[in-house]
Design a protein around this ligand. Structure first.
Ligand SMILES: C[S@@+](CC[C@H](N)C(=O)[O-])C[C@H]1O[C@@H](n2cnc3c(N)ncnc32)[C@H](O)[C@@H]1O
Length: 432
């Protein structure tokens, strides 16, 4: 699984190169206008910054600073591909600018192109070896490529350079958790929390402290974390899951429905929970009259929309968004590989019981608690990969308590992870 993308750093402007005697004077954008753009960007107002930059670009279309800042503005508005195109043009305008290479690297990472991001960030560090945010972003991109052994020293170095940067502590926490060092990860998460009150960062830090003594177990993965993770993953998701991770969970769920004798008739209204790019939509199509997809990642939803399979797509966070759906709207609620981000089952099951018609069905996949942690008392845990694993008994009990009758609960291999099968189970249940 990919890890989260990094935000484009809002790096300070490079000083403009003075014109030489031999060259004709180069017209530069007005410093006050650039200053005004920087203020907008610092406030997170990408739309206003972009409008100002458009006006500047009319007179200075090839100016590196204008292009670089336009890239940051595009990124702030959730258009990573535009951010890449613009920062690439900035780099072409001034290949010696460490700032431009750094922003290109961050844009590439956000666009789901971590290998190219690593190259751009390494080039930036050659030009500015002491720049801590670039080092942090390089650590994150290496981790995204599964190169944790190189990511960790990079992040330790970034922390040395900027000991008070909360994002660096958080990045380190993520990487340490992935490496299986839960205590050190929790310590880094605590350090991040102590340095920034930003809600999204705090939520993720608390998630990374899961299982540490005195911490309340999280009920679901933080939305901001999941959105960044899947927005960056979207461009490569289908190919990576199908070709490298042997992912067949949507098919396994359809088989489970058939095995339970509960395959919905053609003509079913289906709800696809965490629909992602729409892999489930493809297998549900033969049975469905309508398919509604819910997901919180805009870039995953773009892919789902392009598949043409969905009648309606909703960008929202589960399970709360189910409260906005009319009662009894669906015949089947289908969730492939999404309960791994929604820990507590009852808030999900009880909401599904409201939106699914009496006698309707739900089919969901789960990662199974590992053997070592498989104690009768433990209902779920958060894995080193920050996904929830559930105990089948707890899931069955949660179904019964929320108005569902389990029809089938059986083991399934969900996908591969580092070449090894990930053990899970599928659940088919009927409402009432
Ligand atoms: C591993 S992908 C599976 C996608 C799809 N179901 C499939 O089988 O290909 C998990 C999806 O769930 C979405 N997701 C995770 N947590 C969510 C939440 N709280 N609300 C909405 N969507 C969520 C993610 O954005 C992602 O697209």
């Amino acid at each position: 699984m990919a890890k989260r993308a990094k935000p484009v750093q809002n790096a300070p402007m490079q000083a403009a190169s003075p014109p030489t005697d031999a060259a004709p004077p180069v017209s530069r954008p007005d410093a006050a206008a650039i200053e005004a753009v920087l203020l907008c960007l610092a406030d997170g107002d990408g739309a206003r910054a972009e409008a100002m930059l458009r006006a500047l670009a009319l007179r200075h279309p090839a100016d590196g600073d204008v292009l670089n800042l336009s890239g940051i503005a595009a990124h702030l508005q959730g258009r990573p591909d535009d951010a890449v195109r613009l920062t690439e043009a900035a780099v072409a305008a001034d290949p010696q600018s460490g700032v431009f290479h750094a922003n290109l690297g961050a844009a590439l990472a956000a666009a789901g192109r971590p290998a190219e991001a690593v190259a751009a960030l390494e080039r930036s560090l050659q030009l500015r070896p002491g720049h801590a945010p670039t080092r942090r972003n390089l650590g994150l991109a290496l981790a995204q490529l599964g190169r944790g052994a190189q990511a960790l020293p990079m992040l330790y170095h970034a922390r040395e350079l900027a000991p008070d940067d909360a994002e660096t502590h958080l990045a380190l926490a993520r990487c340490l958790r992935e490496a299986g060092s839960r205590e050190a990860a929790a310590e880094s998460a605590r350090a991040a929390l102590a340095r920034s009150p930003a809600p999204a960062l705090a939520e993720e830090a608390r998630f990374l402290m899961a299982d540490s003594p005195g911490s309340a177990p999280p009920r679901q993965a933080p939305g901001a974390y999941v959105r960044l993770l899947f927005d960056a993953y979207a461009p490569t998701f289908d190919r990576h899951l199908r070709e490298q991770l042997a992912y067949r969970t949507p098919e396994a769920l359809v088989q489970a429905l058939a095995a339970a004798g509960a395959l919905a008739d053609a003509g079913a209204d289906v709800l696809d929970l965490g629909c992602g790019t729409g892999l489930s939509g493809q297998v549900l199509k033969p049975f469905a009259r309508s398919i509604t997809g819910i997901d919180l990642s805009p870039r995953m939803l773009e892919k789902a929309a392009a598949s043409g399979v969905y009648s309606r797509l909703v960008e929202a966070e589960l399970p709360q968004c189910l409260d906005a759906e009319a009662a009894g709207s669906f015949d089947l609620a289908f969730g492939a590989d999404v309960m791994i981000y929604l820990g507590a089952v009852e808030p999900v099951f009880s909401r599904l019981a409201r939106v699914v018609r009496p006698g309707g069905l739900s089919a969901l996949s789960f990662e199974r608690l590992s053997a070592a942690a498989d104690q009768p008392a433990a209902a779920m845990e958060v894995s080193d990969q920050l996904r929830f694993r559930h105990h089948p008994d707890a899931v069955r009990a949660g179904a019964l308590a929320s108005g569902w009758t389990p029809l089938l609960l059986e083991d399934a291999t969900l996908r591969l992870e580092r070449g090894r099968p990930v053990g899970g189970f599928v659940l088919v249940m009927r409402r009432g």
